[in-house]
Structure formats: C-alpha cells, structure tokens
Design a protein around this ligand. Structure first.
Ligand code: SF4
Ligand code: SF4
Length: 193
C-alpha cells in the first residue's frame, strides 16, 4: 500500500468526498424535494386519479344508469341500480350508484365504457382517511368531486330537450295512441285444399 492510499484510508477520504458532494448540492444546488403537503405537485394532464361523475350545463347528471361501467370494471367496485324516470318515460337514471374507492385501481376502463361520458378521471389523489367507509362513494359524493375538478360542463344535447318538451306538452292532454287497424285473417279449415 502506498503512502497516498494509506492517507486516504486514515482520513476516510471517500466519506469526505461524499459529504462534500452533499453540502455542495445543499448550499448551491437547485432544491428538487417537493415540500408536500405545503406544496402541491403539478400533475400531468393524463393523470388518472379518483373517478368522478359529471353533469350537463343545466345541472342534471349525465349518467343514464346503463351499468356498462359496472360491467367494464375489473375490480368490481361499481354498483349501479337503475330505474325509469317518472317525468320522462323510457329514460333511465341511476337510482343508486356506488363506487368503492378502496378497491379502485384507477385503470380508467369505466371512463372508456361510459356511452354518455358521464365519468372522468380527476386529479384527486388525497384519499387517505382513518375510516375506509368514507371511500365508498355514492352518486352525490362523485358529483361533488366532478363539480370541483370539471367546472366547465357539456351542453345538454338537444334531442334530450325535445323528448322532454314532447313529454311535458302531452302529459296533460294525454299521449297520442297509435291506432292499429284490426285485420281479420280467415283461418283455414282442416282438410281444406
Ligand atoms: S378506474 Fe378501473 S377499477 Fe376504478 S372504478 Fe373504473 S374500471 Fe373500476
Ligand atoms: S356512469 Fe356511464 S356507463 Fe356507468 S351507468 Fe352511468 S351512463 Fe352507464
């Protein structure tokens, strides 16, 4: 062993070298650590956080209770109970919509499956809680999150308005009934040629 190597061992040269680098970055370098939770990280646009429900511009919920999201969810964390709207026959809605966020893997399959774009991935990531029951979210919770992250709402489609107006106009006077003419078809007798 040479004298230089012996000296390096005696003064713990590698440790001093490492500490020198640390102090150099500490005193003169750019700080890379994010001071969370005081500083919030900036998330990319494609971030898939908590799933939320969206509304149309008139405040009505977009969900039509078709349960395609339930079928698409690989974690089986969505439960949809749908019913027909009393004020608009043939139009359905989610009577009860539950999303168990404790089982969600944020894959976004439900968002892709929804035919009316009623679901979206938000940038909500602060889901820590001491009570897991708070993470079993109902429609109102999901709509509130949707209002928070998607304040600009899509205009309600005109065809929905037309159907709604048609129903309102005809509700009092009675709906038109289709009169199908009754045609008497002669029944062929047995043995007839
Ligand atoms: S993001 Fe994936 S796991 Fe979560 S509710 Fe949607 S389909 Fe299910
Ligand atoms: S969120 Fe979309 S896919 Fe799910 S039940 Fe409602 S309309 Fe259907």
């Amino acid at each position: 062993m040479t004298g230089k190597e012996l000296f390096k061992k005696a003064v713990f040269y590698e440790i001093l070298q490492g500490l020198g680098l640390t102090f150099k970055h500490m005193l003169f370098g750019k700080t890379m650590t994010e001071q969370y939770p005081r500083e919030k990280p900036s998330l990319p646009d494609g971030w898939r956080g908590a799933i939320v429900q969206l509304r149309y511009d008139d405040g009505s919920e977009k969900c039509v209770g078709c349960a395609l999201c339930e079928a698409a969810c690989p974690s089986h964390c969505i439960t949809v109970e749908s019913a027909e709207r009393e004020d608009m026959p043939q139009k359905r809605y989610s009577k009860r919509y539950t999303l168990d966020m404790t089982r969600c893997v944020f894959c976004g399959f439900c968002v892709q499956a929804c035919p009316v774009t009623a679901l979206a991935s938000s940038k909500e990531y602060e889901l820590a809680t001491t009570d897991k029951r708070e993470l079993i979210m109902e429609m109102d919770d999901l709509l509130k999150l949707g209002d928070k992250y998607f304040p600009i709402r899509e205009k309600r489609p005109q065809y929905t308005e037309d159907r709604f107006n048609f129903f309102k106009q005809n509700k009092a006077s009675g709906f038109p009934v289709a009169h199908v003419p009754v045609v008497n078809v002669p029944i062929a007798k047995k043995g007839a040629a």
